[in-house]
Design a protein around this ligand. Structure first.
Ligand code: MD3
Ligand code: FE
Length: 219
């Protein structure tokens, strides 16, 4: 698929920073200059902790393929959701956080008003065409004061940005390669999801969308 140049990149109607809530902000293109380094990190991580589709507690496979890095990473299986220090697939510790991931997360958090963000977990999601993430909350982390920093790479996706309850109709926000979103405080437990990713070819990732979420799972 050919991606047209973004004629509205400098349009004041499309500001570089878009507030999504009192403590949630989209930083458009914030990770663009580091995208190649971040993707090298993803490939290094996936070499040590292979992509897999984890089982949900009900026994279905997640639609997204995942890997992870950091002292901890998120795990799902028949026993539930949790953070663990070891990759259940290999039995080894999760790969270390690539320095570029940490630098990006801290710079974005600071920009969004969260100083001293020290993530201890990074979940890496890979979306093939048609892959979606249904509306959910992220509540498996102990430290709800820390923000979550999310970096979108590759194919674009429509992000669903809901409210404090599932009943609230979510807003739709298009996320592009290099976009970073930071969520914390009063917005930390909002429902969110991703619509099925449309097929395409991105120069940086080929047929995929990749999303990094940097988190603080433990106090
Ligand atoms: C809003 N990932 O991994 S990142 C997830 O694009 C997840 O792969 C999506 O939701 C993705 O759990 C969205 C954005 C995100 C992450 C965590 C949040 C938004 C959030 C926590 C609270 C509120
Ligand atoms: Fe989430």
């Amino acid at each position: 698929m050919h991606t047209a140049p973004d004629l509205f990149a400098d349009d004041p109607a499309r500001p570089a920073a878009l507030s999504l809530g009192p403590q949630a902000v989209l930083l458009r293109g914030f990770a663009l200059a580091q995208a190649a380094a971040l993707l090298e990190g993803v490939h290094a991580v996936a070499q040590q902790a292979p992509w897999r589709r984890m089982a949900t507690p009900s026994g279905h496979a997640l639609s997204v393929a995942t890997t992870g890095c950091g002292p901890l990473s998120w795990v799902s299986d028949r026993r539930g959701y949790r953070y663990e220090a070891h990759d259940p697939l290999t039995g080894r510790p999760w790969p270390a956080l690539p320095p570029a991931f940490l630098a990006m997360a801290q710079a974005a958090a600071l920009q969004a008003g969260f100083a001293h963000f020290v993530p201890d977990a990074c979940l890496v999601n890979r979306y093939a065409p048609g892959t979606r993430l249904s509306l959910h909350q992220d509540r498996d982390e102990q430290d709800m004061d820390a923000p979550i920093v999310s970096v979108s790479l590759g194919l674009p996706a429509v992000f669903l940005w809901g409210g404090a309850t599932r009943a609230e109709r979510p807003e739709r926000v298009l996320l592009h390669h290099g976009d970073v979103v930071v969520w914390g405080g009063v917005d930390r437990l909002r429902f969110h999801g991703v619509l099925p990713v449309e097929a395409g070819e991105h120069p940086a990732t080929g047929p995929w969308r990749i999303n990094l979420t940097l988190r603080k799972a433990r106090y």
